[in-house]
Design a protein around this ligand. Structure first.
Ligand SMILES: Cc1cc2nc3c(=O)[nH]c(=O)nc-3n(C[C@H](O)[C@H](O)[C@H](O)COP(=O)(O)OP(=O)(O)OC[C@H]3O[C@@H](n4cnc5c(N)ncnc54)[C@H](O)[C@@H]3O)c2cc1C
Length: 410
């Protein structure tokens, strides 16, 4: 299928945020064309973003996909900060004690999220998702935007639209759509690497409704369930030379032994290391183009919020376009950009604290931190404030507190 035809809006990149943007803007009645280079969603074992926070689940209600996500997910109701992997909690974030319509997170592989979002997008009349199409250039003139690229067949092809959305991920400002529009980013680097290793076990080694992280200054380590017998380990990488070592099978197994000495590993699913850092595009808009998701604000995997903030941003964009209309694009996009930058900066400040904690190696400072966490855990307003911050409470656009508590219409 060629794409040499017009649409109201073209979306570059069909990851979670591009797909959600298409579903949301399509529901406003616009023709939306998504161009995605991957022939399939992210593979099932390459789990990547695994958490739908309570606030993100409000968007799931808005799109009518909560139950489809829930069918594929593990329900998490608490997150613990521990001194050591087997130790008791210093502080527990009780999601189930929040005043929220969804006092829990749904944890599932990004593959499943993309499958559900793509089905939701394709179900909207006027939305098309074209896979296997690699965008090579984006441009604009007085009447619209244009993309050129290579289709799945290998042939050069292109499309025009009135407006464009750049949703091609964290590399956008380096080599993707944002770079082609001359949008640069400011990147904050926290000076260390962390690793993510996803494993399948013979049985769940622990309750799967709670995750934990042990803030051991020698090497922080955490565990999160995201499917039946599927667990994610996160840990700090010590020094440049260990970076690739840290994801080799025997190393991952050593981390698993630390987390759960009796666990029986049946399969290594996926493992990768990441520099702790986060970026902000200097502009979220360029004429007829707007940036969403990691293309606008690359969050860094270790804080586990990038997909959520991006999805809530897509909702913010829909909200602005619904109120102002497509003809008032610049005004709507300016409003989106202002609100979304404030929201993402807020989350990035909280992430910075997490990154600094992961990087902390000094035992005396770590002991002081443990005391602080223990105290926060025993002062319920402080614990609840942290819970709300970590679960991104208040980040959804448009929705009033009363609506958040109301039971959704099915
Ligand atoms: C290990 C890991 C764990 C994470 N955990 C979490 C978590 O638990 N919770 C959370 O909220 N976030 C998490 N994140 C972050 C999350 O994955 C990202 O923030 C999220 O995927 C961003 O979505 P996006 O759609 O903006 O970008 P992406 O997911 O990067 O999607 C961009 C899409 O654009 C496509 N693309 C790129 N270039 C082109 C081109 N030239 N032409 C066509 N298509 C193109 C790509 O193929 C891709 O599908 C994690 C990330 C990682 C790596």
């Amino acid at each position: 299928m060629g794409v040499s035809e017009d649409a109201d809006i073209v979306v570059v990149g069909g990851g979670p945020v591009g797909l959600a943007t298409a579903a949301l803007l399509g529901r406003l009645g616009h023709d939306v064309l998504v161009l995605e280079q991957r022939p399939e969603p992210v593979p099932p074992d390459e789990s990547r973003a695994i958490t739908w926070m309570p606030e993100g689940l409000l968007l799931a209600d808005h799109l009518g996909i909560h139950d489809r996500l829930a069918q594929r997910a593990v329900v998490r109701t608490a997150h613990e900060f521990r001194r050591s992997p087997g130790g008791g909690p210093l502080l527990t974030l009780h999601l189930d004690r929040m005043r929220h319509r969804h006092p829990y997170s749904l944890n599932l592989a990004q593959h499943d999220t993309e499958v559900v979002l793509e089905a939701a997008a394709q179900a909207v009349p006027g939305v098309r998702v074209l896979r296997g199409f690699t965008v090579k250039s984006v441009s604009q003139d007085a009447t619209g935007v244009e993309i050129r690229g290579i289709a799945a067949s290998g042939a050069a092809d292109g499309a025009r639209a009135r407006f464009g959305v750049v949703a091609d991920g964290a590399g956008s400002t380096r080599r993707g759509g944002a770079a082609m529009l001359h949008v640069a980013q400011r990147f904050r680097d926290y000076g260390t690497y962390s690793a993510v290793a996803d494993v399948e076990l013979a049985s769940d080694p622990d309750r799967n409704d709670r995750s934990w992280i042990a803030l051991d200054p020698r090497r922080p380590l955490g565990a999160f369930a995201f499917g039946p017998r599927r667990w994610r380990l996160v840990y700090r990488v010590e020094g440049e030379e260990e970076r690739l070592r840290a994801v080799e099978p025997d190393f991952v197994e050593r981390m698993l032994r630390r987390a759960y000495p009796d666990a029986v590993l049946t399969r290594h699913l996926w493992a990768s290391t990441f520099r702790l850092g986060q970026g902000q595009a200097l502009r979220y808009a360029s004429g007829r183009w707007v940036l969403v998701g990691d293309a606008a604000h690359a969050m860094g995997p270790s804080a586990g919020a990038g997909m959520m903030v991006g999805l809530l941003g897509a909702w913010r964009l829909e909200d602005a376009l619904r109120r102002h209309g497509l003809d008032a694009w610049e005004r709507a996009v300016a409003e989106y950009a202002e609100g979304q930058r404030a929201a993402s900066e807020r989350v990035q400040s909280a992430n910075a604290l997490i990154f600094r904690n992961i990087a902390l190696r000094n035992p005396a400072l770590a002991a002081a931190r443990s005391t602080g966490l223990w105290l926060a855990g025993h002062l319920s307003p402080a614990g609840m404030r942290m819970t709300r911050r970590e679960t991104l409470a208040g980040l959804a656009p448009e929705v009033t507190e009363a609506e958040k508590l109301a039971v959704p219409r099915s």
